[in-house]
Every structure is written in structure tokens, then in C-alpha cells.
Design a protein around this ligand. Structure first.
Ligand code: OGA
Ligand code: MN
Length: 208
């Protein structure tokens, strides 16, 4: 990692999020972008909202398409390795007890967006830390598709993040409402979540 894990951990402990330009190695970024665009390798599906029994497709909230990542492709394997190093580094410094990680590619075709939402509801999920990274090189100012990260429910200004290759954003999953503004060009990103283990008794908490 170009940014010292210690610095990242400090920022998360201090304000709950961090925005890191150029944090992803260029070769990993290229590999992921190639994979994201290879339609024989990826099978995107219309994204849904909510989990399991509450899962529904609601294009008024989000209209991107996604493909979950596993280690069966070289790109997926390299990505998961990188994230597990980060997980280890954060656990060593923050004692978050991050236990597993799930992530998907997302493709926002022109006009697609993801309205304001939180990734987790307090006390109802084991998603602890959200991670987003971007794969488009040379994203133009007019291409839209910014991530807007709000400080809390009352914040209506937020921080705008350009979805430019190499940028990594981390934030506590249940604290920061955020949205993806409509993209005007094909926008490729990865969204992921570090989870804690909530297994108890005989019920095993699955990785996804
Ligand atoms: C998500 C999400 C942000 C982005 O998938 O939950 O908020 O910038 N993505 O792609
Ligand atoms: Mn989100």
C-alpha cells in the first residue's frame, strides 16, 4: 500500500472514514479494469437493495449492475489478496476484529446512479467497514458519477469523490450515508465490506 496502514487506521479511528487517492497499485487497477470489462469473464446482474428475504430490485434507488468477486479469476485473486493484507493491517492497529470480506464489481452505464443510502443499519448487520475503489483512468470532470459521502443524516452537502482509478475510500458502514451521482460515461468500481463474525451456537454466519 502506498499509504501507510498506520495512517489509514488513524484516520478511521479519528473521523470514521478516509479517502485515499492513488492507494491502489496501478498494475492491480489495470488487471481489475480488464476483468471488469470482459463480458465473457463477468456476468453482471441488475443490483438489488436489502439482503436475503428483504432483497428487492428497486431501480428508483439504484440502477447499477454488479458481479460478485471470487478468487477463481487472476484479477479476483489479486484483489482479494490485497484486501486481506489491508484487513490484517487494520485489525492489528484498530482491533476491529474484521473477519471476512465480500465485494462486487459495479458497472454504471450512462444515466445510472445509486441514491442516498447507508450500507448497514446499526445493530442489524455484521458489515463494519465499507471499501470502494475505482477503475476508470482519466475520468473527466464532466463524466459525473461522483461518490458523495455525507457526515451524518443531517448533512446535505457531503464530500465529493471523483471516481478516478486508484482512489480508495473506506468508511464505517453504519455511519455515513452516501450516494453515487448519475454517471455520464461507463463507470467501473468495486464496492466491498469487511465483516465481523456473528456466529453463535450452531448457526454459522456465512461469508455472504
Ligand atoms: C455501494 C456504493 C459507491 C460507489 O455499492 O454500496 O455505495 O462509489 N458504491 O460506487
Ligand atoms: Mn453504499
Amino acid at each position: 500500500m502506498t499509504n501507510a496502514p498506520q495512517q489509514i487506521a488513524n484516520e478511521i479511528a479519528r473521523v470514521g472514514y478516509c479517502i485515499l487517492p492513488n492507494a491502489m497499485p496501478g498494475d492491480l487497477c489495470n488487471l481489475l479494469m480488464q476483468s471488469a470489462r470482459t463480458t465473457t469473464e463477468r456476468q453482471y446482474r441488475q443490483a438489488g437493495v436489502g439482503r436475503a428475504d428483504q432483497h428487492q430490485q428497486n431501480e428508483s434507488i439504484r440502477s447499477d449492475e454488479i458481479d460478485w468477486i471470487d478468487d477463481r479469476s487472476a484479477a479476483g485473486e489479486a484483489w482479494l489478496d490485497w484486501c486481506s493484507e489491508l484487513q490484517l493491517a487494520l485489525n492489528q492497529r484498530l482491533f476491529l476484529g474484521l473477519f471476512s470480506f465480500e465485494s462486487h464489481f459495479a458497472h454504471y452505464a450512462p444515466g445510472r446512479f445509486y441514491g442516498r443510502h447507508v450500507d448497514a443499519f446499526k445493530g442489524r448487520t455484521n458489515r463494519v467497514l465499507s471499501l470502494v475503489t475505482y477503475l476508470n483512468e482519466d475520468w473527466n470532470p464532466g463524466d459525473g458519477g461522483e461518490l458523495v459521502l455525507y457526515q451524518n443524516d443531517e448533512d446535505s452537502t457531503g464530500l465529493r469523490v471523483i471516481p478516478e482509478a486508484g482512489t480508495v475510500v473506506l468508511f464505517l458502514s453504519d455511519e455515513f450515508p452516501h450516494e453515487v451521482l448519475p454517471a455520464k460515461a461507463d463507470r467501473y468500481s468495486i464496492a466491498g465490506w469487511f465483516r465481523v463474525n456473528t456466529s453463535s451456537g450452531r448457526s454459522i454466519d456465512p461469508p455472504r
